[in-house]
Design a protein around this ligand. Sequence first.
Ligand SMILES: [Zn+2]
Ligand SMILES: [Zn+2]
Length: 102
Amino acid sequence: MILDFFSKHKLSRNYDGRCGNCHTPFDSTDDEFCRYCGTKRGEGKFLPYENFQGCVYGPPPVKRTHTCDNCGYSWDTRRMIDRSGYCPRCGGTISTVKSDHE
Ligand SMILES: [Zn+2]
Ligand SMILES: [Zn+2]
């Protein structure tokens, strides 16, 4: 039972290519800032985190277009849940436009 618990709640300290604060993987090696919490690459608390795969079932992902208010960098995502709030290039705040249809 204890083994079962640990296999389901695997804690990881692997921060390769991940945000040191919220452990979200960076989408691109060009990203200098976490787009979810605005933490600079290589900074953060680097706490152990629960390494699990998100649910793969559900409605199709929603397309969102994010544009940086500061430098104008723009990118699209297709995810069910996307809490992007910061520009990965400069760490500035972003505007998000959601479109259910392409
Ligand atoms: Zn982060
Ligand atoms: Zn920017």
